[in-house]
Design a protein around this ligand. Structure first.
Ligand SMILES: Cc1cc2nc3c(=O)[nH]c(=O)nc-3n(C[C@H](O)[C@H](O)[C@H](O)COP(=O)(O)OP(=O)(O)OC[C@H]3O[C@@H](n4cnc5c(N)ncnc54)[C@H](O)[C@@H]3O)c2cc1C
Length: 429
Protein backbone atom coordinates (compact mmCIF):
# COMPACT_ATOMS: atom_id res chain seq x y z
CA UNK A 1 0.00 0.00 0.00
CA UNK A 2 1.51 3.36 -0.94
CA UNK A 3 -0.05 6.48 0.62
CA UNK A 4 -1.34 6.93 4.16
CA UNK A 5 -4.26 9.31 3.51
CA UNK A 6 -7.97 8.39 3.72
CA UNK A 7 -7.86 5.97 0.76
CA UNK A 8 -4.66 4.16 1.81
CA UNK A 9 -5.62 3.86 5.49
CA UNK A 10 -9.11 2.59 4.62
CA UNK A 11 -7.92 -0.11 2.20
CA UNK A 12 -5.06 -1.13 4.49
CA UNK A 13 -7.32 -1.45 7.57
CA UNK A 14 -9.87 -3.62 5.75
CA UNK A 15 -7.26 -5.91 4.22
CA UNK A 16 -5.44 -6.36 7.52
CA UNK A 17 -8.71 -7.20 9.24
CA UNK A 18 -9.35 -9.83 6.57
CA UNK A 19 -6.11 -11.48 7.60
CA UNK A 20 -3.66 -10.21 4.97
CA UNK A 21 -0.21 -8.96 5.85
CA UNK A 22 -0.25 -5.29 4.82
CA UNK A 23 2.64 -2.83 4.67
CA UNK A 24 1.72 0.83 4.17
CA UNK A 25 4.26 3.47 3.16
CA UNK A 26 3.56 7.14 3.87
CA UNK A 27 6.08 9.77 2.79
CA UNK A 28 5.09 12.35 5.44
CA UNK A 29 4.61 12.09 9.18
CA UNK A 30 1.18 12.43 10.79
CA UNK A 31 -0.22 14.77 11.89
CA UNK A 32 0.43 16.82 8.76
CA UNK A 33 -1.64 19.49 7.03
CA UNK A 34 -3.90 18.40 4.18
CA UNK A 35 -6.70 20.06 2.27
CA UNK A 36 -10.16 18.47 2.07
CA UNK A 37 -11.89 19.22 5.36
CA UNK A 38 -15.59 18.88 4.56
CA UNK A 39 -16.99 15.33 4.63
CA UNK A 40 -20.27 14.03 3.19
CA UNK A 41 -23.01 12.06 4.98
CA UNK A 42 -22.20 8.94 2.96
CA UNK A 43 -18.75 8.99 4.58
CA UNK A 44 -20.35 8.12 7.89
CA UNK A 45 -21.27 4.46 7.25
CA UNK A 46 -17.69 3.88 6.06
CA UNK A 47 -16.31 5.51 9.20
CA UNK A 48 -18.65 3.35 11.23
CA UNK A 49 -17.44 0.18 9.53
CA UNK A 50 -13.86 1.26 10.22
CA UNK A 51 -14.82 1.76 13.88
CA UNK A 52 -13.85 5.45 14.02
CA UNK A 53 -17.20 7.25 13.81
CA UNK A 54 -17.15 8.24 17.50
CA UNK A 55 -13.61 9.53 17.16
CA UNK A 56 -14.61 11.65 14.15
CA UNK A 57 -17.56 13.03 16.07
CA UNK A 58 -15.15 14.12 18.82
CA UNK A 59 -12.83 15.99 16.46
CA UNK A 60 -15.48 17.18 13.99
CA UNK A 61 -17.98 19.99 13.58
CA UNK A 62 -21.50 18.84 12.73
CA UNK A 63 -22.55 19.74 9.18
CA UNK A 64 -26.27 19.39 8.51
CA UNK A 65 -26.19 20.84 5.01
CA UNK A 66 -24.51 23.00 2.42
CA UNK A 67 -25.56 26.49 1.42
CA UNK A 68 -25.31 27.99 -2.04
CA UNK A 69 -26.07 31.55 -3.25
CA UNK A 70 -29.72 32.28 -4.09
CA UNK A 71 -31.99 35.26 -4.47
CA UNK A 72 -33.78 34.57 -1.16
CA UNK A 73 -34.04 37.26 1.56
CA UNK A 74 -31.01 35.63 3.27
CA UNK A 75 -29.09 35.47 -0.01
CA UNK A 76 -28.57 31.71 0.13
CA UNK A 77 -30.36 28.37 0.09
CA UNK A 78 -29.53 25.61 2.54
CA UNK A 79 -29.63 22.09 1.14
CA UNK A 80 -30.18 20.06 4.32
CA UNK A 81 -29.19 16.41 4.23
CA UNK A 82 -32.23 15.42 6.30
CA UNK A 83 -34.20 16.03 3.06
CA UNK A 84 -32.24 13.47 1.03
CA UNK A 85 -34.30 10.66 -0.52
CA UNK A 86 -32.74 8.28 1.98
CA UNK A 87 -31.98 10.35 5.08
CA UNK A 88 -30.46 7.56 7.19
CA UNK A 89 -27.38 9.78 7.53
CA UNK A 90 -28.77 13.32 7.91
CA UNK A 91 -25.47 15.02 8.69
CA UNK A 92 -21.74 14.86 8.12
CA UNK A 93 -18.68 16.43 9.79
CA UNK A 94 -16.09 19.07 9.01
CA UNK A 95 -12.65 17.95 10.19
CA UNK A 96 -9.12 19.18 10.39
CA UNK A 97 -7.32 16.79 8.13
CA UNK A 98 -4.18 16.65 10.25
CA UNK A 99 -6.30 15.16 13.07
CA UNK A 100 -8.57 13.07 10.83
CA UNK A 101 -5.77 11.47 8.81
CA UNK A 102 -3.64 10.80 11.92
CA UNK A 103 -6.62 9.06 13.52
CA UNK A 104 -7.22 6.89 10.42
CA UNK A 105 -3.52 6.07 10.32
CA UNK A 106 -3.51 4.98 13.98
CA UNK A 107 -6.62 2.94 13.39
CA UNK A 108 -4.81 1.14 10.56
CA UNK A 109 -1.86 0.43 12.88
CA UNK A 110 -4.12 -0.95 15.60
CA UNK A 111 -5.84 -3.15 13.01
CA UNK A 112 -2.53 -4.88 12.29
CA UNK A 113 -1.16 -2.83 9.38
CA UNK A 114 2.59 -2.34 9.35
CA UNK A 115 2.37 1.39 8.71
CA UNK A 116 5.63 3.20 8.01
CA UNK A 117 5.75 7.00 8.07
CA UNK A 118 8.52 9.08 6.56
CA UNK A 119 8.90 6.44 3.79
CA UNK A 120 8.68 7.88 0.31
CA UNK A 121 8.25 5.30 -2.44
CA UNK A 122 10.08 6.41 -5.58
CA UNK A 123 10.16 3.32 -7.73
CA UNK A 124 7.66 0.59 -8.61
CA UNK A 125 8.39 -2.56 -10.54
CA UNK A 126 5.29 -4.42 -11.68
CA UNK A 127 5.82 -8.13 -12.27
CA UNK A 128 3.25 -10.66 -13.38
CA UNK A 129 2.96 -12.24 -9.95
CA UNK A 130 3.43 -9.19 -7.72
CA UNK A 131 5.25 -5.94 -7.28
CA UNK A 132 8.43 -4.49 -5.81
CA UNK A 133 8.49 -0.96 -4.47
CA UNK A 134 11.53 0.92 -3.26
CA UNK A 135 12.36 4.34 -1.91
CA UNK A 136 14.04 6.15 0.94
CA UNK A 137 13.18 7.33 4.43
CA UNK A 138 13.40 10.96 5.49
CA UNK A 139 16.82 10.14 6.98
CA UNK A 140 18.00 8.82 3.61
CA UNK A 141 17.88 5.09 4.36
CA UNK A 142 16.89 3.05 1.33
CA UNK A 143 14.11 0.45 1.60
CA UNK A 144 12.69 -2.20 -0.69
CA UNK A 145 9.53 -4.28 -0.36
CA UNK A 146 8.07 -7.09 -2.43
CA UNK A 147 4.36 -7.80 -2.26
CA UNK A 148 1.70 -9.87 -4.01
CA UNK A 149 -0.51 -6.83 -4.69
CA UNK A 150 -0.08 -3.05 -4.87
CA UNK A 151 -2.69 -0.46 -3.93
CA UNK A 152 -1.69 3.01 -5.14
CA UNK A 153 -3.28 5.55 -2.80
CA UNK A 154 -0.77 8.35 -3.34
CA UNK A 155 -3.40 11.03 -3.96
CA UNK A 156 -2.57 13.88 -6.31
CA UNK A 157 1.05 12.64 -6.47
CA UNK A 158 -0.40 9.92 -8.78
CA UNK A 159 2.69 7.75 -8.39
CA UNK A 160 1.63 4.91 -10.67
CA UNK A 161 -0.33 7.05 -13.13
CA UNK A 162 2.78 9.17 -13.71
CA UNK A 163 5.12 6.20 -13.85
CA UNK A 164 2.98 4.38 -16.40
CA UNK A 165 2.31 7.60 -18.35
CA UNK A 166 -1.45 7.07 -18.16
CA UNK A 167 -2.50 10.25 -16.33
CA UNK A 168 -4.46 12.72 -18.45
CA UNK A 169 -5.06 16.30 -17.34
CA UNK A 170 -8.48 17.71 -18.05
CA UNK A 171 -7.40 20.85 -19.87
CA UNK A 172 -10.91 22.36 -19.73
CA UNK A 173 -11.02 22.28 -15.94
CA UNK A 174 -7.92 23.89 -14.59
CA UNK A 175 -7.81 26.17 -11.61
CA UNK A 176 -5.75 26.81 -8.52
CA UNK A 177 -6.77 27.31 -4.92
CA UNK A 178 -5.52 29.71 -2.24
CA UNK A 179 -6.70 28.92 1.27
CA UNK A 180 -6.07 29.50 4.94
CA UNK A 181 -7.58 29.06 8.39
CA UNK A 182 -9.24 32.14 9.86
CA UNK A 183 -10.51 33.15 13.29
CA UNK A 184 -13.51 35.44 13.72
CA UNK A 185 -15.65 34.44 10.72
CA UNK A 186 -19.39 34.85 11.39
CA UNK A 187 -21.25 31.53 11.29
CA UNK A 188 -24.73 30.75 10.06
CA UNK A 189 -27.40 30.87 12.79
CA UNK A 190 -28.55 27.87 14.89
CA UNK A 191 -28.03 24.31 13.69
CA UNK A 192 -26.67 25.61 10.36
CA UNK A 193 -23.58 26.98 12.13
CA UNK A 194 -21.43 24.05 10.97
CA UNK A 195 -22.56 24.03 7.33
CA UNK A 196 -20.25 24.61 4.42
CA UNK A 197 -21.02 27.81 2.48
CA UNK A 198 -20.19 28.13 -1.19
CA UNK A 199 -19.91 31.53 -2.90
CA UNK A 200 -19.49 32.16 -6.58
CA UNK A 201 -17.58 35.10 -8.02
CA UNK A 202 -16.71 36.12 -11.53
CA UNK A 203 -13.40 34.25 -11.56
CA UNK A 204 -14.18 31.12 -9.56
CA UNK A 205 -15.76 30.09 -6.29
CA UNK A 206 -15.04 30.21 -2.55
CA UNK A 207 -15.59 27.70 0.26
CA UNK A 208 -16.12 28.50 3.90
CA UNK A 209 -15.86 25.48 6.23
CA UNK A 210 -16.47 25.95 9.98
CA UNK A 211 -14.04 23.90 12.07
CA UNK A 212 -13.68 23.39 15.84
CA UNK A 213 -12.40 26.05 18.27
CA UNK A 214 -13.73 29.01 16.29
CA UNK A 215 -11.54 28.29 13.25
CA UNK A 216 -12.95 28.50 9.72
CA UNK A 217 -11.24 27.20 6.62
CA UNK A 218 -11.68 29.66 3.75
CA UNK A 219 -10.39 29.05 0.25
CA UNK A 220 -10.77 30.55 -3.19
CA UNK A 221 -10.67 28.37 -6.26
CA UNK A 222 -9.67 30.70 -9.09
CA UNK A 223 -9.61 30.31 -12.87
CA UNK A 224 -6.10 30.61 -14.38
CA UNK A 225 -6.70 33.96 -16.19
CA UNK A 226 -7.61 35.63 -12.93
CA UNK A 227 -4.53 34.28 -11.16
CA UNK A 228 -2.34 35.59 -13.93
CA UNK A 229 -3.58 39.13 -13.18
CA UNK A 230 -2.18 38.87 -9.64
CA UNK A 231 0.01 41.86 -8.73
CA UNK A 232 0.34 41.22 -4.99
CA UNK A 233 1.50 38.31 -2.83
CA UNK A 234 -0.83 35.32 -2.34
CA UNK A 235 -2.02 36.50 1.06
CA UNK A 236 -3.14 39.93 -0.13
CA UNK A 237 -4.56 38.40 -3.30
CA UNK A 238 -6.70 35.97 -1.29
CA UNK A 239 -7.91 38.75 1.02
CA UNK A 240 -8.74 41.01 -1.94
CA UNK A 241 -10.64 38.20 -3.61
CA UNK A 242 -12.66 37.47 -0.47
CA UNK A 243 -13.41 41.18 0.02
CA UNK A 244 -14.73 41.36 -3.55
CA UNK A 245 -17.73 39.15 -2.64
CA UNK A 246 -20.07 41.38 -0.62
CA UNK A 247 -22.05 38.60 1.15
CA UNK A 248 -18.81 36.91 2.20
CA UNK A 249 -16.97 40.05 3.12
CA UNK A 250 -19.74 40.84 5.64
CA UNK A 251 -19.07 37.52 7.38
CA UNK A 252 -15.33 38.18 7.39
CA UNK A 253 -15.26 41.73 8.73
CA UNK A 254 -13.63 40.61 12.02
CA UNK A 255 -11.64 37.73 10.55
CA UNK A 256 -7.89 37.21 10.71
CA UNK A 257 -5.65 34.52 9.27
CA UNK A 258 -4.31 31.90 11.69
CA UNK A 259 -1.19 30.05 10.55
CA UNK A 260 0.01 29.61 7.01
CA UNK A 261 -1.60 30.40 3.71
CA UNK A 262 -1.56 27.47 1.28
CA UNK A 263 -1.73 27.35 -2.48
CA UNK A 264 -2.33 24.35 -4.68
CA UNK A 265 -3.11 23.48 -8.27
CA UNK A 266 -6.66 22.23 -8.51
CA UNK A 267 -6.81 20.89 -12.04
CA UNK A 268 -8.88 17.84 -12.81
CA UNK A 269 -7.36 14.68 -14.22
CA UNK A 270 -8.00 10.99 -14.59
CA UNK A 271 -5.83 8.04 -15.49
CA UNK A 272 -6.62 5.95 -18.52
CA UNK A 273 -6.82 2.80 -16.35
CA UNK A 274 -7.38 2.25 -12.65
CA UNK A 275 -6.23 -1.36 -12.33
CA UNK A 276 -4.06 -4.01 -13.94
CA UNK A 277 -2.44 -7.31 -13.07
CA UNK A 278 -1.73 -7.20 -9.34
CA UNK A 279 -2.24 -3.45 -8.99
CA UNK A 280 -5.11 -1.09 -8.34
CA UNK A 281 -5.57 2.65 -7.71
CA UNK A 282 -7.91 4.18 -5.14
CA UNK A 283 -8.87 7.81 -4.52
CA UNK A 284 -7.11 10.80 -6.02
CA UNK A 285 -4.33 8.56 -7.36
CA UNK A 286 -6.80 7.61 -10.11
CA UNK A 287 -8.83 10.78 -10.66
CA UNK A 288 -9.57 14.18 -9.23
CA UNK A 289 -12.63 16.34 -9.84
CA UNK A 290 -13.13 19.91 -8.70
CA UNK A 291 -13.97 19.86 -4.96
CA UNK A 292 -17.01 22.16 -5.07
CA UNK A 293 -19.29 19.43 -3.68
CA UNK A 294 -16.73 18.29 -1.06
CA UNK A 295 -16.75 14.82 -2.55
CA UNK A 296 -13.01 13.93 -2.57
CA UNK A 297 -12.57 12.18 0.78
CA UNK A 298 -15.80 10.23 0.38
CA UNK A 299 -14.94 9.14 -3.17
CA UNK A 300 -11.48 8.11 -1.96
CA UNK A 301 -12.76 6.07 0.98
CA UNK A 302 -15.56 4.49 -1.03
CA UNK A 303 -13.07 3.49 -3.73
CA UNK A 304 -10.67 2.16 -1.08
CA UNK A 305 -13.31 -0.11 0.43
CA UNK A 306 -14.17 -1.44 -3.02
CA UNK A 307 -10.47 -1.79 -3.96
CA UNK A 308 -9.84 -3.81 -0.79
CA UNK A 309 -12.62 -6.16 -1.95
CA UNK A 310 -10.90 -6.55 -5.34
CA UNK A 311 -7.51 -7.29 -3.75
CA UNK A 312 -8.98 -9.74 -1.26
CA UNK A 313 -11.04 -11.54 -3.93
CA UNK A 314 -8.17 -11.64 -6.45
CA UNK A 315 -5.67 -13.03 -3.96
CA UNK A 316 -8.10 -15.72 -2.88
CA UNK A 317 -9.08 -16.59 -6.44
CA UNK A 318 -6.71 -15.12 -9.06
CA UNK A 319 -8.98 -16.17 -11.94
CA UNK A 320 -11.52 -13.60 -10.72
CA UNK A 321 -9.13 -10.65 -10.82
CA UNK A 322 -10.16 -9.24 -14.21
CA UNK A 323 -13.88 -9.45 -13.60
CA UNK A 324 -13.52 -7.95 -10.11
CA UNK A 325 -11.45 -5.09 -11.53
CA UNK A 326 -13.96 -4.51 -14.35
CA UNK A 327 -16.82 -4.24 -11.89
CA UNK A 328 -14.72 -1.92 -9.71
CA UNK A 329 -13.91 0.34 -12.67
CA UNK A 330 -17.57 0.50 -13.72
CA UNK A 331 -18.68 1.55 -10.27
CA UNK A 332 -15.96 4.13 -9.71
CA UNK A 333 -16.54 5.69 -13.14
CA UNK A 334 -20.27 5.85 -12.56
CA UNK A 335 -19.88 7.88 -9.35
CA UNK A 336 -17.33 10.21 -10.93
CA UNK A 337 -19.49 10.72 -14.03
CA UNK A 338 -22.57 11.56 -11.97
CA UNK A 339 -20.78 14.14 -9.85
CA UNK A 340 -18.67 15.60 -12.66
CA UNK A 341 -21.74 16.35 -14.78
CA UNK A 342 -23.07 18.66 -12.07
CA UNK A 343 -19.71 20.02 -10.97
CA UNK A 344 -18.66 21.23 -14.41
CA UNK A 345 -21.95 22.95 -15.08
CA UNK A 346 -22.21 24.48 -11.64
CA UNK A 347 -21.22 27.99 -12.65
CA UNK A 348 -23.42 28.04 -15.77
CA UNK A 349 -26.40 30.45 -15.77
CA UNK A 350 -28.88 27.58 -16.03
CA UNK A 351 -27.44 25.77 -13.02
CA UNK A 352 -27.38 29.01 -11.01
CA UNK A 353 -31.06 29.39 -11.77
CA UNK A 354 -31.91 25.81 -10.80
CA UNK A 355 -29.82 25.85 -7.61
CA UNK A 356 -31.13 29.31 -6.73
CA UNK A 357 -34.81 28.31 -7.10
CA UNK A 358 -34.94 24.57 -6.42
CA UNK A 359 -38.28 22.81 -7.02
CA UNK A 360 -39.23 19.46 -5.63
CA UNK A 361 -41.51 18.15 -8.39
CA UNK A 362 -40.93 14.39 -8.68
CA UNK A 363 -38.63 14.81 -5.62
CA UNK A 364 -35.95 16.23 -7.91
CA UNK A 365 -34.64 18.62 -5.26
CA UNK A 366 -34.37 15.72 -2.84
CA UNK A 367 -32.44 13.74 -5.45
CA UNK A 368 -30.04 16.69 -5.78
CA UNK A 369 -29.57 16.68 -2.01
CA UNK A 370 -28.89 12.92 -2.13
CA UNK A 371 -26.23 13.62 -4.74
CA UNK A 372 -24.75 16.36 -2.54
CA UNK A 373 -24.71 13.82 0.31
CA UNK A 374 -22.66 11.46 -1.86
CA UNK A 375 -25.46 8.97 -2.61
CA UNK A 376 -24.31 8.30 -6.18
CA UNK A 377 -23.60 4.59 -6.20
CA UNK A 378 -26.93 3.02 -5.27
CA UNK A 379 -30.00 2.36 -7.40
CA UNK A 380 -32.43 3.93 -4.97
CA UNK A 381 -34.31 6.36 -7.16
CA UNK A 382 -31.57 9.00 -7.21
CA UNK A 383 -30.27 8.29 -10.71
CA UNK A 384 -33.45 8.52 -12.78
CA UNK A 385 -34.35 11.73 -10.96
CA UNK A 386 -30.92 13.19 -11.70
CA UNK A 387 -31.49 12.27 -15.36
CA UNK A 388 -34.82 14.14 -15.25
CA UNK A 389 -32.99 17.08 -13.65
CA UNK A 390 -30.50 17.05 -16.55
CA UNK A 391 -33.39 17.29 -18.99
CA UNK A 392 -34.74 20.31 -17.12
CA UNK A 393 -31.25 21.77 -17.12
CA UNK A 394 -31.00 21.47 -20.91
CA UNK A 395 -34.42 23.06 -21.37
CA UNK A 396 -33.47 25.86 -18.97
CA UNK A 397 -30.16 26.37 -20.77
CA UNK A 398 -32.01 26.51 -24.09
CA UNK A 399 -34.41 29.07 -22.60
CA UNK A 400 -31.41 31.13 -21.42
CA UNK A 401 -29.82 31.02 -24.87
CA UNK A 402 -33.12 32.04 -26.53
CA UNK A 403 -33.50 34.92 -24.07
CA UNK A 404 -29.95 36.06 -24.81
CA UNK A 405 -30.48 35.89 -28.57
CA UNK A 406 -33.77 37.81 -28.26
CA UNK A 407 -32.13 40.45 -26.09
CA UNK A 408 -29.25 40.76 -28.57
CA UNK A 409 -31.61 41.40 -31.51
CA UNK A 410 -33.72 43.75 -29.41
CA UNK A 411 -30.65 45.81 -28.47
CA UNK A 412 -29.50 45.81 -32.10
CA UNK A 413 -32.90 47.04 -33.27
CA UNK A 414 -32.87 49.76 -30.64
CA UNK A 415 -29.40 50.89 -31.65
CA UNK A 416 -30.40 50.90 -35.29
CA UNK A 417 -33.57 52.88 -34.54
CA UNK A 418 -31.58 55.39 -32.49
CA UNK A 419 -29.00 55.71 -35.25
CA UNK A 420 -31.65 56.17 -37.94
CA UNK A 421 -33.49 58.64 -35.76
CA UNK A 422 -30.24 60.61 -35.25
CA UNK A 423 -29.39 60.52 -38.94
CA UNK A 424 -32.87 61.68 -39.89
CA UNK A 425 -32.57 64.53 -37.40
CA UNK A 426 -29.26 65.66 -38.90
CA UNK A 427 -30.60 65.36 -42.43
CA UNK A 428 -33.50 67.60 -41.68
CA UNK A 429 -31.37 70.24 -39.98
C1 LIG B 1 -8.43 22.94 -3.05
C2 LIG B 1 -9.00 21.61 -2.63
C3 LIG B 1 -10.09 21.57 -1.75
C4 LIG B 1 -10.64 20.34 -1.37
N1 LIG B 1 -11.72 20.31 -0.51
C5 LIG B 1 -12.28 19.11 -0.19
C6 LIG B 1 -13.36 19.03 0.73
O1 LIG B 1 -13.83 20.04 1.27
N2 LIG B 1 -13.89 17.81 1.00
C7 LIG B 1 -13.39 16.67 0.45
O2 LIG B 1 -13.90 15.58 0.71
N3 LIG B 1 -12.33 16.71 -0.39
C8 LIG B 1 -11.77 17.89 -0.72
N4 LIG B 1 -10.68 17.92 -1.54
C9 LIG B 1 -10.19 16.65 -2.09
C10 LIG B 1 -9.40 15.84 -1.04
O3 LIG B 1 -8.31 16.60 -0.61
C11 LIG B 1 -8.94 14.54 -1.67
O4 LIG B 1 -9.90 14.06 -2.57
C12 LIG B 1 -8.63 13.46 -0.64
O5 LIG B 1 -7.66 13.87 0.27
C13 LIG B 1 -8.19 12.17 -1.37
O6 LIG B 1 -7.72 11.22 -0.47
P1 LIG B 1 -6.56 10.20 -0.93
O7 LIG B 1 -6.33 9.29 0.21
O8 LIG B 1 -6.88 9.65 -2.25
O9 LIG B 1 -5.29 11.14 -1.15
P2 LIG B 1 -4.51 12.04 -0.09
O10 LIG B 1 -5.40 12.47 0.98
O11 LIG B 1 -3.81 13.08 -0.86
O12 LIG B 1 -3.45 11.02 0.53
C14 LIG B 1 -2.35 10.58 -0.23
C15 LIG B 1 -1.23 10.25 0.72
O13 LIG B 1 -0.19 9.61 -0.02
C16 LIG B 1 1.06 10.10 0.43
N5 LIG B 1 2.02 9.91 -0.67
C17 LIG B 1 2.02 10.53 -1.86
N6 LIG B 1 3.04 10.10 -2.61
C18 LIG B 1 3.71 9.18 -1.87
C19 LIG B 1 4.86 8.40 -2.11
N7 LIG B 1 5.56 8.47 -3.26
N8 LIG B 1 5.28 7.55 -1.14
C20 LIG B 1 4.60 7.47 0.03
N9 LIG B 1 3.51 8.22 0.32
C21 LIG B 1 3.06 9.05 -0.63
C22 LIG B 1 0.77 11.55 0.75
O14 LIG B 1 1.72 12.09 1.63
C23 LIG B 1 -0.62 11.47 1.36
O15 LIG B 1 -0.59 11.32 2.76
C24 LIG B 1 -10.10 19.13 -1.89
C25 LIG B 1 -9.00 19.18 -2.74
C26 LIG B 1 -8.44 20.40 -3.12
C27 LIG B 1 -7.25 20.42 -4.05
Amino acid sequence: MVGGGPAGCTAATILARRGWSVTLFEKDRHPRFHIGESLLPMNLPILQRLGVLDAVERIGTRKVGADFPASTPEGYNVFRFERALDATWPHAFQVRRDEFDAMLFENACSSGVQALQGHRVSSIELKGDGVTVSGATGAGTAFLCTARYLVDATGRDTLLGSKLGIKRKNTRHQSAALFAHFRGVTRRPGPDAGNISIYRFEHGWVWLIPLRDGITSVGAVCWPDYLRQRRTDNREFLLQTLRSIPALSERMEQAEIVGNLHATGNYSYACVRMAGRRWIMAGDSYAFVDPIFSSGVYLAMHAAEAAAGVVDGSLRNPSLERSLQRRYAGEIERGLRTLSWFIYRFTSPAMRKLFGNPRNDLQLEQAMISMLAGDVYRDNGVHWRLTAFKLIYFLTALGEIKAQVRSYFFRREQARAAFNGGTTGQDSA
